[in-house]
Design a protein around this ligand. Structure first.
Ligand code: TXA
Ligand code: MG
Length: 329
């Protein structure tokens, strides 16, 4: 697995050999791990069914789960999907950024059926990540990219995480440092009458509700497909997770939040604080890194302090409760 380190803060990265190599690999149907502002993505040409099949194989991901396609601009996204008023408003307000929109797919869109799991809707995002956008632009195609981790495991927020998760299953990793947001995009389904929040994420529900001037509904109970991020057990470290801890049991690691005291702190074998000042944005950015760090301590259980269910707290609690859910593996 090749690693290309680059600085995306100026356009100069487009002239580096690594960029041309990433383009060639993607054009040849290979997998490249590409950083975004949310998490690292495992990218492939969304119009190439063999390439997309490679994503499912590398992640051990069930094939009924569709993927997000990344585009360089709103115009490129509108060429693939059918944007009604709500979709346009949200794209205007939040793209490029950590919002994924589920919209109707144009029947002539070149995205392959494996990306959409055969649905007539498609999940689209224009990320605030210059390298991903530049690759999509150079290839003149959407890039399908789920999070660059094995299915069901903790998402990758650094190139080292990607290497640990996927190793030689990916041809190249592009390293632009840790992800600024650190938690996956918010997914909103605007393909029907009512906007639905399919997955809380990097943009808080109330920001979206403010723009639409209406509430986001829950996913329909029959919502098919089940988003992997909607499966009960997901984002799971090796250690068990225990939420809303008010005391530490012997041998546990502590995932702290804020500066509140916790009982029997001295019993903790390792401690990480998501945000000592109680800032939920900072906590989201640290979440997956901290889960990996505490997992490496070898503790059997990670005790998690209470986290408020407001703003980005909704997305953090969503990930933590899935990480804590009973597992079938
Ligand atoms: O931040 C993110 O969203 C990251 C970065 C790499 O962009 N990507 C990501 O992808 O989290 P992934 O594949 O792990 O999650 C995509 C989610 C899945 O839960 C999938 O089921 C849902 O999007 N999805 C995709 N297409 C859909 C559709 N047509 N209808 C409903 N859900 C869909
Ligand atoms: Mg994922």
């Amino acid at each position: 697995m090749k690693v290309w380190r680059t600085d995306p803060s100026t356009n100069a990265f487009r002239d580096e050999a690594g960029f041309a190599e990433a383009c060639d690999l993607l054009a040849a149907g290979k997998l490249v791990a590409v950083p975004t502002e949310t998490v690292y993505g495992l990218a492939a040409d969304a119009t190439n069914a063999d390439a997309v099949a490679g994503i499912f194989a590398a992640k051990d991901r069930p094939r009924f789960n569709p993927l997000i396609s990344h585009l360089e601009s709103v115009e490129a996204a509108m060429a693939v999907g059918d944007f009604g008023d709500m979709a346009k408003q949200l794209a205007d307000a939040f793209w490029p950024g950590a919002l994924t929109l589920v919209v109707g797919k144009h029947s002539d869109a070149a995205i392959c059926d494996l990306v959409t799991a055969g649905l007539d809707t498609v999940a689209l995002r224009v990320p605030d990540a210059p390298v991903m956008r530049a690759l999509a632009e150079a290839l003149e195609r959407p890039l399908a990219a789920p999070s660059a981790n094995r299915s069901g495991r903790v998402s990758a927020t650094s190139a080292d995480d990607v290497a640990a998760e996927l190793g030689d299953r990916v041809s190249m990793v592009i390293d632009t440092g840790p992800c600024a947001i650190g938690i996956e995009s918010t997914i909103v389904d605007v393909s029907g009458e009512e906007p639905r929040l399919l997955r809380p994420g990097g943009i808080a529900r109330d920001e979206i509700e403010d723009v639409l001037d209406r509430r986001l509904a829950a996913p329909t109970p029959s919502a098919k497909p089940i988003a992997p991020g909607m499966l009960t057990s997901h984002y799971a470290p090796r250690a068990r997770m225990r939420l809303n801890a008010v005391a530490i049991n012997p041998g546990e690691a502590l995932l702290a939040f804020g500066d509140a005291k916790i009982k029997d702190l001295e019993a903790a074998v390792a401690i990480d604080n998501l945000s000592a000042s109680g800032n939920l944005r900072e906590a989201a950015a640290n979440l997956f890194r901290a889960m990996r760090h505490l997992d490496e301590s070898g503790a059997e259980t990670i005790a998690v302090m209470p986290i408020p269910n407001e703003g980005l707290g909704e997305a953090i609690l969503d990930r933590l409760s899935r990480a804590a859910a009973p597992r079938d593996r």
